[in-house]
Structure formats: C-alpha cells, structure tokens
Write a protein that binds this ligand. Structure first.
Ligand SMILES: [Zn+2]
Length: 132
C-alpha cells in the first residue's frame, strides 16, 4: 500500500510509532503509516488489512468528526450500522463497498457530515422495525 501524499510505500507499525502517548486500547493495534508524511490508517484486527487510505492530520480530524456524527446513530447495534451506512452510500452516490469513513477524502467527509446531520437514530430504528 502506498502513501497517497508522497507515493512512498507505507509501512506496518505499532501505535507507539505514531503516538507520543499511545491511547488506551490501541497498544496492540497495527497501522499502515508513512512516517515522513505523518499519515496513517488503522488495520482490521482480524485480517491486518488497512481500514482505508492513509490520512494526514486534517483528514484524520474530519474522519473522526464523521464518526462522531454517525456512530451514535447505530452503536452498538451492528444491524443498525448496516442501515446507516447503506443510507449514507445512497445519499452520497457511492457503492456500499466504498462507503467507509476510512476511505473518505476531505470533501467526502464534509459531504457525509452535511448528510448525516439530517439523520436520526429513530429513523433507522423505524426502518429496522419494518424489516422484521
Ligand atoms: Zn508519504
């Protein structure tokens, strides 16, 4: 996997290569990183595959803002999560397989924030009820 900022090959590292103070719970987490660019992305615990594309600080901030809007809509219900991401993919015109926050660029993050602002947890619970 390549760094989208400089084209160098990203390396797999532990959290202590990225954080001065490793946040609790991330001690064993692996990341793909470009150290010269200060760009990184987490990996899936099971597969070790990257969760998305490497991100520098401004994009990381935007991605965490998207999560701050979206996560309360579904957590901790995995089925609700599917409904939320499916709706978001429809509203953003993305294929569901491309609708992952860790894959978003800055414009997509801004768009997702604009869209998710209109979402309510209740609307997805309602949808879930209808499908039962
Ligand atoms: Zn780089």
């Amino acid at each position: 996997m390549k760094c989208p900022y400089c084209g160098r090959r990203a390396i797999k590292v532990r959290a202590d290569k990225i954080y001065k103070v490793v946040p609790k719970g991330l001690e064993d987490k692996l990341f793909f990183a470009c150290i010269p660019c200060d760009a990184y992305v987490g990996t899936h615990a099971g597969t070790g595959q990257p969760m998305g594309t490497l991100a520098k600080h401004p994009l990381r901030v935007l991605r965490s803002r998207v999560h701050a809007m979206i996560d309360p809509l579904w957590k901790p219900d995995a089925y609700l999560r599917r409904l939320v991401y499916y709706q978001l993919s429809r509203d953003m015109g993305l294929h569901p397989s491309k609708c992952h926050v860790a894959m978003f660029d800055e414009d997509q993050c801004r768009e997702a924030i604009r869209i998710a602002r209109r979402y309510t947890r209740e609307q997805f619970i309602e949808k879930q009820e209808k499908r039962k």
